[in-house]
Design a protein around this ligand. Structure first.
Ligand SMILES: Cc1cc2nc3c(=O)[nH]c(=O)nc-3n(C[C@H](O)[C@H](O)[C@H](O)COP(=O)(O)OP(=O)(O)OC[C@H]3O[C@@H](n4cnc5c(N)ncnc54)[C@H](O)[C@@H]3O)c2cc1C
Length: 471
């Protein structure tokens, strides 16, 4: 491709302690928690609301947060879910046991409730939020692996924003990549890319007539109405419903009196780092949502009058680019239920790898994976601090989906509660780094863990260490 050299003077903003790129669960937690510790924080978000996939992506359900006995997810995320419940943004039929104790149970919520609450939490903490703004470049000292500033683009043009520390919570490791930090890309460094899904909201559902699936760990049940899987199989067999014979469980959950959130169908081989692939993904995603609407109306009692309200404005991307961190959390660690001295969270979720295509072999692989890779009641594995630090970098962290983990573990920890725990950890780490002069890649992790515990994180490791876990 030909190149064009862009040379121009742009305004320089005032300096911040921390700039966070991306306001999903990872970025919002990082920004709010750092600001609560006294940092001057700028949160740059490409869309017009906080919440990321949970709001703009209409993924309106929090993944499991307990191990069947106790809640594993504390701190900021616990505050969010408890407040959502108190404010009526979680359907009344859901008991708090769902997130405080239950084994592998999701907590649905209303996306407008999450938007409102995150606005309030950010404002109250004193975070400066800039919506409709994108981090598009970085000024970096590559020798010392230090970021000096980022270029932010919005309706006012370009701004250079200097800061002491930076968090990449873009999901796609956009900032880490712009900085030249080493990253891995699905589809480039691995053969496959997990499919995307365009989520949607449906209205007109008579939930009082819907029989719910009681066993969320039945691999072919779907989340929501009972026996969705045999119904999908029947619709595929009969023909005329779906463009592609996608046999993986669809999910549709109640988030209001007559409202349902749908996470149904897949857009295979979408590469979210390529704009034409993303564009085609949205176009096919919208078509697939209409197909599921018809399927639900015809097949599920209580869904006869279902209407599509809207599809999401962000495509639901499960896998794209991740950093190469100081440590890569791997499947052996997961199976060993490994605990780390520097862990900043613990989690218990099965390895959620979706079908890579519609073949029968792939469906069998999926069922096997789903059934065989899960931790039991009362079990958990640790999430170490070192998977959030791009290798060797001084003042750059990531939170959320772009963490350093192998494909399988990534399938377990890419979800909203884990992303929020990571965000709280790196926001706290950034403040500690500014106060002590310790770089991200050599932070005193004992002190970090102690600060996180004081802020309500559940970190059960007995042994602490001043040094992070490394490869
Ligand atoms: C289809 C699907 C279903 C899922 N189901 C569940 C579920 O049931 N429960 C659950 O808990 N999790 C679920 N997940 C996972 C979860 O929603 C995401 O992985 C999680 O939200 C990741 O958090 P994040 O903070 O890393 O990124 P995101 O939530 O993706 O947020 C990233 C934010 O960064 C912004 N951004 C991107 N680039 C830039 C830039 N250059 N400058 C400024 N801003 C930028 C985006 O606009 C976005 O708001 C699902 C995911 C998908 C795709």
């Amino acid at each position: 491709m030909q190149t064009y050299r862009l040379v121009r003077d742009i305004p320089v903003d005032r300096e911040y302690d921390l700039v966070v790129a991306g306001g999903g669960p990872g970025g919002t937690a990082a920004a709010v928690c750092a600001a609560r510790l006294g940092a001057k924080v700028l949160l740059v978000e490409a869309t017009g609301c906080l919440g990321g996939m949970g709001t703009s992506g209409l993924v309106t359900s929090f993944d499991p947060m307990a191990d069947g006995e106790k809640m594993l997810v504390g701190g900021f995320m616990r505050e969010v879910v408890e407040t959502m419940y108190e404010r009526g943004f979680i359907p009344a039929r859901i008991s708090p046991d769902r997130w405080r104790r239950a084994y592998h149970q999701w907590t649905p919520f209303h996306p407008e409730g999450l938007k409102l609450l995150l606005d309030e939490l950010a404002q109250k903490a004193g975070v400066e939020v800039r919506f409709f703004s994108r981090v598009i470049d970085a000024d970096v000292d590559r020798n010392s692996k230090r970021v000096n500033g980022v270029i932010v683009q919005n309706v006012e043009g370009y701004r250079y924003v200097p800061a002491k520390t930076f968090v990449d919570a873009t999901g796609d490791a956009v900032l880490a990549d712009l900085c030249g930090a080493e990253c891995r890309e699905a589809g480039r460094d691995t053969e496959k890319i997990m499919p995307a899904t365009l989520c949607a909201l449906f209205a007109g559902i008579d939930w009082s007539r819907v029989e719910f699936e009681s066993d969320p760990l039945n691999p072919i049940c779907g989340i929501g109405p009972k026996d969705l899987q045999p119904k999908v199989e029947d619709a595929i067999e009969r023909g005329g419903y779906f463009t592609q014979p996608d046999r993986q469980m669809p999910a549709i959950e109640s988030i209001g009196k007559s409202l349902g959130y749908s996470n149904s169908g897949h857009v295979f081989r979408t590469n979210s780092l390529r704009v034409d692939s993303l564009t085609n993904g949205m176009i096919l995603g919208r078509k697939i949502v209409q197909e599921y609407a018809r399927f639900y109306r015809d097949y599920v009692a209580g869904f006869e009058n279902l209407e599509l309200v809207t599809t999401a404005s962000l495509l639901g991307v499960r896998e794209s680019r991740r950093i190469v961190g100081e440590y890569e959390l791997n499947f052996e660690d997961y199976l060993a239920r490994r605990q780390f001295p520097d862990q900043i969270g613990v989690f218990n979720k099965y390895v959620d790898i979706h079908l890579y295509d519609c073949t029968d072999d792939e469906f069998m692989n999926y069922l096997e994976e789903f059934t065989n890779s899960r931790l039991g009641v009362g079990e958990c594995h640790g999430i170490p601090y070192s998977i959030l630090v791009p290798k060797g970098w001084a003042n750059l962290w990531v939170a959320g989906r772009c963490n350093s983990s192998d494909v399988k573990v990534h399938g377990a920890i890419r979800v909203q509660p884990a992303a929020a725990m990571m965000g709280q950890a790196v926001g706290t780490a950034a403040v500690q780094s500014i106060a002590t002069g310790q770089p991200a890649c050599d932070l005193d992790t004992q002190r970090l863990v102690e600060t996180l515990r004081e802020a309500g994180a559940y970190l059960p490791q007995e042994k602490l260490s001043r040094h992070m876990t490394r490869q």
